[in-house]
Design a protein around this ligand. Structure first.
Ligand SMILES: [Fe+2]
Ligand SMILES: [Fe+2]
Length: 169
């Protein structure tokens, strides 16, 4: 099965069995929602694996990447429970994900360690390292795209480039 089809099926499973669709309501970077950001990170992770022909657990990589920011709030809102978001959200995302889904150790490690080196403990699996790197790359691209679209006054942004129409996000 093509990795895009696999991602699509897992997204549907997460939407049907948990609060995944809620991510569409929360802003992540610039004009990218958390939902789009997580799809971007998952696509980028899978592309890296395909390009380098790495042997990994693909299903866990996809599930972990899709859930890595499952903190379920808008971190731009001023709220004392969101303080120091960068440091604390991996833990919140993991708690939410464990409430809604059954996770294995690879998936837990992806979610909990994706903010390294901001959070000091590094990932301990190949899958978590891949998502950790893809997350930084996507954040940079999303932020630069938002700045570019602001300067140019256009709404065209990275989501059209990175998120395949396949996902209709
Ligand atoms: Fe994050
Ligand atoms: Fe992220």
């Amino acid at each position: 099965m093509d990795f895009k089809e696999e991602i699509y099926l897992i997204i549907k499973e997460l939407e049907n069995n948990g609060r995944y669709a809620e991510n569409k309501n929360y802003c992540q970077h610039g004009n990218t929602t958390v939902y789009k950001h997580c799809v971007n990170v998952t696509l980028t992770s899978c592309k890296m694996v395909k390009y380098f022909k790495w042997q990994i657990n693909k299903e866990s990589l996809i599930r972990g990447a899709l859930l890595h920011d499952y903190f379920l709030y808008d971190w731009h809102d001023k709220d004392s429970s969101h303080r120091l978001h960068g440091f604390h959200h991996p833990k919140r995302a993991l708690e939410n994900a464990k409430k809604d889904f059954c996770l294995n150790e690879i998936e837990e490690n992806i979610i909990l360690r994706h903010m390294f080196p901001l959070t000091l403990i590094p990932p301990s699996t190949k899958e978590a390292w891949i998502v950790c790197i893809a997350d930084k790359w996507c954040a940079i691209v999303e932020i630069l795209s938002a700045i570019k679209s602001k300067v140019k006054g256009t709404k065209k942004n990275v989501n059209r480039i990175m998120c395949s129409k396949f996902f209709s996000v």
